[in-house]
Ligand binder design. Structure first.
Ligand SMILES: Cc1cc2nc3c(=O)[nH]c(=O)nc-3n(C[C@H](O)[C@H](O)[C@H](O)COP(=O)(O)OP(=O)(O)OC[C@H]3O[C@@H](n4cnc5c(N)ncnc54)[C@H](O)[C@@H]3O)c2cc1C
Length: 410
């Protein structure tokens, strides 16, 4: 029986179509898609890759299985809770989020354009992003500063006549290696030390082909460059963009960042839970199908306990994630924040544990290229850093907890 907390019956029907497409059409093409990387230029899509990806996207779009994340006019109108179930299904295949135009960091960037973009930006960037024709990247993290404290961000952005001029370096710009990545949303420093710490930064829109932008290298994740999307290290030298590219106004970068990261974190977490479900399914099937010492692996040692612990932890993580999503739906982002911080720590931790147990049950094949578990593991491991390391989220959880008691004393 499927859990139905906060899901309308019509949404359930839509979700089932997504689940079927992930299982029957997308997942079976994954191995072939990834085997194509490196046939020729790693940073271009091969004709077969383009055919697979664009073919799946066209089908999803024509069926109306598109832009589920978009809660505004013309979208499917899902609540955050409902969307969370979709993110879980999409998490079961690395290709799936893009097939439904629901992939990070584009969804967050599209939200930013919707909320804060000018009409010109919406026409130039948002329309093709919503249509899945181009891709985008979000550039905040810098090599020279501890970026988990975003008030450290240092990229210089100085007004010169009708332009802003940007200088500095960014790294871990996910998706910036993709040949279709046409635009960056960049966190920069526009204000001096005289301003309060959260009013010194701004966000600015920079076309990826602006002169002065240099992609230095792709950062590797445990030895993988994640081509052709990549996590790029990028240098800006005298990069000029018109003043109207600044979003919302000077000093308002943090306001935008908060709006951007809340829903995005829930999406990441539910995708991680989807991966954990996929891994536990693999673990169970393997443990029933393979025998050692005269019995199925499932019957040996502590394997029943391992399976039970995995199931229980996934269920706890999913409920916490839905609670965080429900808090978002109540319309008070401040009240929702401690819940989002909790799940951002819990979901990757649970997913990592389950994937690791699945690796173990598979024996040596578990860490090999023959099964997707190794790729799942290093992807989820990065989530303990990306969008804020665990320690930063735990700090916020503790501060919210302590605040309740401080207020109680007053
Ligand atoms: C695969 C991947 C993709 C990414 N994609 C993007 C992207 O698209 N765009 C982007 O801008 N960035 C991206 N990032 C970067 C990511 O958001 C940063 O790495 C993260 O915010 C941490 O910043 P930092 O690496 O500078 O770590 P630091 O700020 O140097 O922190 C290092 C460590 O210090 C400790 N620490 C920090 N604060 C505290 C605290 N309050 N209490 C206790 N300990 C603490 C923690 O152990 C932390 O892990 C990505 C990272 C990865 C790995």
């Amino acid at each position: 029986m499927e859990m139905n907390l906060g899901m309308r019956p019509e949404t359930r029907a839509l979700l089932e179509r997504v689940a079927a497409m992930v299982r029957d059409e997308i997942a079976p093409l994954e191995t072939e898609f990834h085997a194509e990387v490196g046939r020729g230029d790693r940073w271009q899509f091969t004709p077969r890759q383009a055919e697979i990806l664009e073919g799946l996207k066209a089908r999803a779009k024509s069926e109306g299985l598109w832009n589920f994340w978009w809660a505004g006019d013309g979208g499917p109108g899902l609540s955050t809770v409902e969307y969370a179930y979709f993110a879980e299904e999409m998490g079961k295949s690395p290709l799936a989020p893009e097939v439904f135009n629901c992939n990070a960091p584009d969804t967050g960037n599209m939200e930013v354009f919707h909320r804060y973009g000018t009409e010109a930006m919406k026409a130039r960037w948002l329309r093709p992003l919503m249509a899945g024709e181009i891709r985008s990247a979000y550039l905040m993290t810098e090599p020279e500063v501890a970026s988990s404290d975003a008030t450290n961000i240092a990229m210089s952005c100085v007004r010169d006549g009708e332009d802003y001029v940007l200088d500095g370096e960014k790294w871990w710009a996910t998706g910036a290696g993709d040949p279709r990545c046409a635009v960056y949303i960049v966190m920069v420093r526009t204000g001096g030390d005289d301003l309060p710490r959260h009013q010194r930064h701004s966000m600015i829109v920079v076309p990826a082909d602006t002169p002065g932008i240099e992609k230095l290298r792709a950062m590797e994740v445990y030895g993988h460059d994640d081509a052709p999307h990549g996590h790029m290290h990028i240098r800006f030298s005298g990069v000029r963009v018109p003043v109207e590219n600044l979003l919302l106004g000077e000093g308002r970068g943090f306001e935008i960042a908060q709006g951007r990261l809340g829903p995005g974190r829930i999406h990441h977490c539910m995708r991680a839970i989807g991966m954990a479900e996929a891994a536990l399914g693999m673990l169970c099937r393997r443990s029933l199908a393979r025998e050692a010492f005269g019995r199925p692996l499932a019957e040996l040692g502590a394997n029943h306990d391992i399976i039970a612990e995995c199931r229980m932890e996934i269920e706890q993580a999913r409920l916490l994630c839905l609670r965080a999503a429900w808090m978002m739906d109540q319309g008070d982002a401040r009240a929702a924040a401690p819940w989002i911080h909790q799940i951002k720590v819990v979901a990757p931790r649970v997913a990592l544990k389950v994937i690791d147990e699945a690796v173990q049950m598979f024996g040596a094949q578990g860490i090999s290229q023959d099964v997707p578990l190794a790729a799942m593991w290093h992807h989820v491991r990065t989530l303990r850093l990306a969008d804020g390391p665990d320690a930063v989220h735990r700090r916020q959880v503790a501060r919210a907890e302590l605040r309740r008691h401080t207020q109680a004393r007053v």
